[in-house]
Design a protein around this ligand. Structure first.
Ligand code: I3P
Length: 351
């Protein structure tokens, strides 16, 4: 017999010292009143089961020291703080599971328990406060593996059968004869292939997943590559909602300004990080930077511009180039929708 018996939370606010005094500012375009949260909570992408809803408008994400370090620093980075989830320290959950029950007739059965602990980073639930949120995860950058992962794979290749299987599922012709013979591919090879068959390599971002307000989840974007395909997917996500498109575009412009002056952004290689878009029909809408487990500090005294093409060793990630493309394509979507609705397209308005 096996059943979940009890869980215990113990918070250790390791994020505390980095947090400025007083409540953090709420993003201007997102609601932060205490509306009931959506009943249909969903993890859009990332490692399955690594994220779960918690109390008081927070989520728990499986602990990653790199991510914690970034979130702590971002709480003190004035330009970017409004664009990242508030960090609330980490917490450990101990789960006791009944592993055996000795059945006796006279007394209550003595039970044996196995307990396990898992540490989590606690952060703001970005969906809290929306009524029936639609959400989209866009992975940013031209590159989704760290330079250090590349170096490690050279020293110790560790070919993976699961990644070959995922590759074949999308394109049976993708593996080379040697990879087929070995029955495996290395992780950087898989990641590079993912970048090339999606829009990461060409546009500097890719859509990972979308969820509509009715709960419909789409994660079938692995081959959404061309500009037209990406535009069509964005169009479908915003559903012609002018208020939402306008809010997203405004927020992305503000994010770009913040990124260009952020000390954190200048001094980090930002890999595998996403932009999370969330809106209710007719507004409000918000965009946040999430997922910092593969964001690494640069050596002191060095900086990235996040637009220069990547060559191994320069650690550029193409994040801002991707954001430029994302903004331009969204503006095209908004202009086309305005034209179709008979209004003046956004770019041609006088004021
Ligand atoms: C996964 C995706 C993840 C990556 C994961 C890949 O591929 O690229 O970002 O995790 O590696 O399997 P896909 O989206 O095609 O399923 P990291 O970003 O943490 O490296 P993993 O299997 O080693 O976790």
């Amino acid at each position: 017999m096996s059943a979940k018996a009890a869980t215990r939370h113990s918070d250790s606010h390791t994020g505390g010292p980095c947090r400025p005094k007083g409540p953090p500012p709420a993003p201007s375009s997102a609601p932060h009143n205490a509306l009931p949260r959506s009943a249909s909570w969903v993890q859009l992408s990332g490692h399955e089961g690594s994220l779960m809803p918690s109390h008081s408008g927070t989520v728990l994400k499986r602990f990653c020291p790199h991510e914690q370090r970034c979130l702590q620093l971002l709480m003190g980075d004035a330009p970017l703080r409004p664009f990242v989830p508030e960090f609330h320290g980490d917490t450990t959950i101990t789960t006791a599971t009944v592993v055996a029950v000795a059945v006796t007739t006279t007394t209550a059965p003595p039970s044996r328990y196995r307990s396990s602990s898992q540490r989590y980073n606690r952060m703001q639930d970005l969906l809290a406060g929306f009524r029936a949120p639609a959400a989209m995860d866009c992975k940013m950058g031209v590159r989704t593996y760290l330079e250090e992962e590349l170096a490690l794979a050279r020293r110790d290749p560790q070919p993976r059968a699961d990644m070959l299987a995922k590759m074949v599922a999308v394109d049976p012709t993708a593996p080379t004869a040697l990879e087929r013979e070995r029955g495996a591919v290395t992780k950087p090879r898989y990641m590079q292939w993912r970048e090339l068959c999606s829009s990461s390599a060409s546009l500097g971002f890719r859509i990972e997943a979308t969820k509509k307000s009715d709960g419909t989840l789409r994660q079938d974007f692995k081959r959404t590559k061309s500009r037209d395909e990406v535009r069509a997917a964005l169009e479908e996500f915003v559903g012609g909602d002018a208020v939402v498109m306008e809010s997203y575009i405004r927020r992305l412009h503000a994010l770009r300004v913040a990124l260009e002056v952020s000390p954190f952004f200048r001094s980090h290689e930002v890999i595998g990080s996403s932009l999370l878009f969330v809106h209710d029909a007719g507004g409000p809408a918000g965009v946040w930077m999430i997922d910092f487990s593969k964001t690494r500090p640069l050596p002191p005294g060095t900086a990235l511009d996040h637009r220069t093409a990547w060559r191994e060793g320069n650690r550029e990630d193409g994040y801002l180039g991707g954001l430029d493309n994302l903004v331009t394509i969204l503006e095209e979507v908004a202009a086309a929708a305005a034209e179709a609705a008979g209004a003046e397209p956004r770019g041609r308005r006088r004021c």
